[in-house]
Every structure is written in C-alpha cells, then in structure tokens.
Design a protein around this ligand. Structure first.
Ligand SMILES: [Fe+2]
Length: 243
C-alpha cells in the first residue's frame, strides 16, 4: 500500500519532448488505422510539448510481411505530405524489429534511430534462443541495439540477471510509459521496478498505438522518486540524436 501522503506526480507533467517509440504511421501495423487519428495525435503531441517523434512501425515478417524498408519509407513520405504546415513537429522514421530467424539475415540496411541505434523487440511468450547472438552480431556490425519494453517480457520476472547480460553486451533498455500503470500485470511491475530502481533503463517512449492509449498514459501517476528517474530517461531520448 502506498503511504497515503506520498506525493503523486502525473506523467503529463513530465517533460516528454522526444518520443522514440510510436506506431503513428497509419495503416501499416497494429497501430493507428487512419491518417486523421494520426494527425490528431500529432496535434495533441505538439500542444503538450512533444517536438520530436520517431515512427517505429513493426518490422516482423510473420505479422506484417509488407513492411520492408522501402515500403515504409514510401508510406512515411506520403504521410508527411498530408500534414498541415502549422504542425511544428520533427518526424523521423525508424522501425521496431522483431527478433526472429529473419532478422540476422536482413539484406538491406536497418531503419535506425539517430545515427545507428536500432529498436528491437522479443516475443511476449518466450525468450528467443538466439537473442544474445543477434545482439552480438548487431554490435559487431556497428549498430547500437535498444530493447523495447523489457518489462513486458513477463517470463523474465524470475530471471532478472538476463538484463545485466543484455546491458553488458551493449544493449540499451527502453521503458514503455504505459507499463507504469500496471496494465501488463504484477510480473511486469516486478521487472519494471527492478530496472528503474537500479537505473538500468536508458530511454523511454509511449509505444502509442491509439489515441486512447495516449489518454491513458497521460493519466498515470507515479511517486516522486520514479518521476525523477523517468525525467532523466526523457532527457536521454533527446541525446539519441546527438550520438
Ligand atoms: Fe512498439
């Protein structure tokens, strides 16, 4: 039970100026469906002080086989042309790559965040048997891997030292803001609190898939110790572009 007089801080009051993980590019994955909703979100972002956004559509040959680099680049350029000139927001295209048997064999350059960072995700059901090999191959190829939402791989709640190995191998960890609500269950919160308490996260993001999710994220409240750490992660997001 939280101490009743502990001061709570709403996430909407923290300075998220750069969102590095979003599914705003319409109709390419399980994120935003229409360009109208995508524009509405970007308008809300701009009003709330978000000035830099990285679109990270899923690249997952099993789920979204059309999402090649060139296809996503075309869709991104077409979408940008539909935006009103008053929208003062800096948009970038990267991707969220699923760790699967195809990833190690990618024959085109990966869509990076900033200079050479690559956002990757794992299955929600089991740890990839070759994840360490892929991280190793990525780092050797000059990429800087960022593991999306480690707190959502709930099967790792009893295997927390795995995250130490990932970090030692050069993988940075990205917190999903929505996870702070407890929406992904008690095991997710065990992982989240461990990683946040021990300063093991490097970045944060909304991973926003819909207007509803953004509304929920803005309603989340955290204690002041967590708020301080999350604020530092928001600051690190901006540094991604200066690496
Ligand atoms: Fe995502």
């Amino acid at each position: 039970m939280p101490w009743p007089f502990t001061k709570k801080i709403a996430l909407r009051s923290l300075p998220l100026t750069c969102d590095i993980h979003t599914h705003i590019l319409p109709d390419v994955d399980d994120g935003f469906r229409t360009a109208e909703d995508s524009l509405e979100l970007l308008e809300q972002f701009a009003r709330n002080g978000v000035s830099q956004v990285i679109f990270t559509p899923h690249v997952d040959q099993g789920m979204f086989p059309e999402n090649t680099r060139s296809f996503l680049q075309e869709r991104f350029s077409a979408f940008k042309k539909t935006l009103p000139p008053h929208l003062n927001i800096d948009l970038h295209l990267a991707a969220e790559y699923m760790f699967d048997e195809f990833l190690g064999n990618a024959n085109e350059p990966l869509l990076c965040m900033g200079d050479s960072s690559v956002l990757i995700e794992m299955s929600y059901y089991f740890i990839s048997p070759y994840i360490k090999e892929v991280i190793f191959a990525f780092v050797n190829a000059g990429y800087k891997p960022i593991l999306a939402h480690p707190e959502r791989y709930v099967y790792l709640a009893r295997d927390l030292e795995v995250f130490d190995h990932f970090i030692e191998m050069g993988c940075r960890l990205q917190l999903n803001l929505l996870s702070l609500s407890g929406a992904y269950g008690p095991e997710s919160l065990i992982i989240l609190k461990h990683l946040l308490r021990n300063d093991m996260y490097r970045f944060t993001g909304t991973d926003v898939h819909s207007l509803r999710q953004y509304r929920l994220i803005r309603e989340i409240e955290v204690d002041s110790a967590q708020a301080t750490k999350i604020e530092a992660l928001m600051h690190n997001n901006k540094m991604l572009f200066r690496e």
